[in-house]
Ligand binder design. Structure first.
Ligand SMILES: [Zn+2]
Length: 298
């Protein structure tokens, strides 16, 4: 695998980077509400919480479903192949959490990995992300890789969408697609942002920032792993994007207050080295997993 050139550390120290990130993530044209707070952001929108699919009410305590074994709303059982079986992907992170997690909503997970030259994620990163997805969904998870043209640039939602490519819809009962973009450059010129989950099925990791910040920690490999899983966690609805548990960090909406959780806010910020000495957390904690299980059970 090609190795990325390590860059010097030249970052904008922006304590609200994670907030800006999630705000940006939620700056979609869909119908989600809930203010993210009063911290200034670099993005135009400030919505974040309470954005989950309408079906995630809650707290089911029934027996755990075993697998995607033909739930009641699988296509084919429904009346016909109709728009009702498709799901829009352009909502905020978390809006596809149920599609990804629930046995009846998708039978398997495909991780679509698109990377620019020299930006491809390490195998260890993909192995870890897919292992976690397998663990929390109970589904088969596979990876599909493709290249992306171009180089470093200040990305925005439109350019990330262009990199993401076509495929506005996902279909219930099929494979749920989780899309990860690994690119050079920054999000909106802010090189403190290491990753962003910006729509229901897609997140981006900014590898130059990861390399720079990772060099201050234990190397960029563990940080790449942490940032990637952190963004996938947002796509799965963490923290409190789908189930309003009240445990999200009030200063960093959408994030865990637990410094031992990969969903801690600093994980996706270049401040990670300042805030988390000893390396970033790389796993979900028990509360994160409990939330995902709650969504999965419906
Ligand atoms: Zn985050």
């Amino acid at each position: 695998m090609s190795r990325r050139a390590r860059r010097g550390v030249a970052r904008v120290a922006a304590p609200i980077a994670a907030v800006a990130l999630l705000a940006a993530a939620c700056g979609s044209d869909d119908d989600h509400g809930g203010a993210i707070g009063t911290a200034p952001t670099t993005a135009g929108s400030t919505t974040a919480t309470g954005v989950g699919p309408s079906t995630t009410g809650g707290g089911g305590v029934g027996p755990a479903a075993t697998r995607g074994d033909g739930g009641s709303d699988r296509p084919g059982v429904a009346t016909s192949v109709s728009p009702a079986t498709s799901v829009r992907t352009d909502g905020a992170p978390g809006t596809l959490a149920a599609l990804i997690l629930r046995p009846a909503e998708s039978r398997e997970i495909v991780v679509d990995v698109a990377a620019q030259d020299g930006a491809a994620p390490r195998e260890a990163t993909l192995d870890h992300v897919t292992a976690v997805l397998r663990s929390v969904t109970g589904k088969a998870v596979s990876v599909e890789r493709r290249g992306l043209p171009g180089g470093a640039q200040p990305w925005d939602r439109a350019s990330l969408d262009a990199a993401r490519g076509a495929g506005d819809e996902q279909r219930r009962g099929g494979a749920a697609v989780v899309r990860l973009l690994f690119v050079h450059g920054t999000y909106g010129g802010d090189d403190s942002i290491l990753g962003v989950a910006y729509r229901g099925d897609t997140a981006a990791v900014f590898v130059d920032g990861v390399d720079a910040a990772g060099g201050l920690l234990t190397g960029s490999g563990p940080l790449e792993d942490a940032v990637s899983l952190h963004e996938v966690g947002h796509l799965l609805g963490l923290v409190d994007l789908v189930v309003p548990t009240g445990r999200a960090d009030p200063s960093h909406p959408g994030h865990s207050t637990n410094r031992e959780s990969v969903m801690y806010w600093a994980v996706e910020s270049s401040l990670v080295g300042d805030v988390l000495s000893g390396g970033p957390p790389r796993d979900l904690d028990a509360a994160d997993r409990a939330d995902l299980e709650r969504i999965r059970r419906g």
